[in-house]
Design a protein. Structure first.
Length: 248
């Protein structure tokens, strides 16, 4: 089990944010709840999102290639493949409104309309350009590629998702060091994590059944809003070493 997730469970993910004037995860969550908008999307929005993702992809490859080199291994950059609606892949059919890393193809697939829409909705809600939401989605999937290539993998799906969120945060940390993190980017990142969190499970009132539902969510999901934002912040604060044993 990734130590990141162990720490999160012990601490109950009580977030203590010290980001100065940058909005906290709690603030991002509040903005999400108060801005349930569906922003109009244009082809220009999709093109702009793809351009941001392409630039971030280059930075991600540079970062992880350097970090792998320090470990004495080579990072094989995954292909970045756009689609719309649904696409058949080596890992099965990727549905619309999705992004996923396919290890057997070493490729990141993402529905370009879905990703652009997420960024556009964040822009409307936060009054920013929203681009870090799109970048965060790809950084998360790149995190899966990083973990897979280092064989730093868990049998528990949530542990892998927590690590990928953390590694996305580590990329944000590197972007800050490189001087390319823009005003509003962290708020967008937290907003995106909150927006992509697992929905609240529908409980039955039967204690035994509800316990099974909650256990399945804890093991199989991506995490609650608090968990996803907390895991991202762990990477932003601590870098790759906060996310995977391989970097310690």
């Amino acid at each position: 089990m990734h130590s990141l997730a162990r720490r999160a469970r012990r601490a109950g993910l009580a977030l203590v944010i010290a980001l100065g004037s940058v909005a906290s995860p709690a603030a991002a969550q509040a903005r999400l709840a108060s801005n349930p908008v569906t922003a109009p999307l244009t082809e220009r929005d999709v093109t702009a999102s793809n351009e941001k993702i392409a630039a971030a992809y280059g930075a991600l490859v540079t970062m992880w290639s350097g970090d792998f080199a320090q470990l004495g291994v080579r990072f094989a950059p995954p292909a970045l493949l756009r689609y719309r609606g649904a696409v058949r892949t080596a890992c099965g059919v990727m549905s619309g409104d999705n992004a996923q890393y396919c290890p057997s193809r070493n490729a990141i697939y993402f529905d370009e309309v879905f990703v652009a829409r997420q960024a556009r909705e964040a822009a409307r809600a936060l009054g920013t350009d929203g681009d870090m939401v799109a970048v965060g989605i790809v950084a998360h999937e790149m995190g899966h590629a990083v973990a897979a290539q280092l064989n730093d993998w868990s049998d528990v799906p949530y542990e892998n998702e927590a690590a990928a969120d953390c590694l996305a945060g580590a990329f944000a940390q590197q972007s800050r060091k490189d001087g390319v993190l823009e005003k509003g980017d962290l708020e967008e990142a937290f907003y995106g994590m909150a927006a992509a969190a697992d929905p609240t499970p529908q409980l039955t009132g039967n204690r035994r059944v509800d316990r099974r539902i909650e256990l399945r969510m804890a093991l199989m999901g991506h995490g609650t809003r608090e968990q996803r934002m907390g895991n991202f912040k762990a990477g932003y604060d601590g870098g790759p070493a906060a996310c995977l044993e391989s970097f310690r």
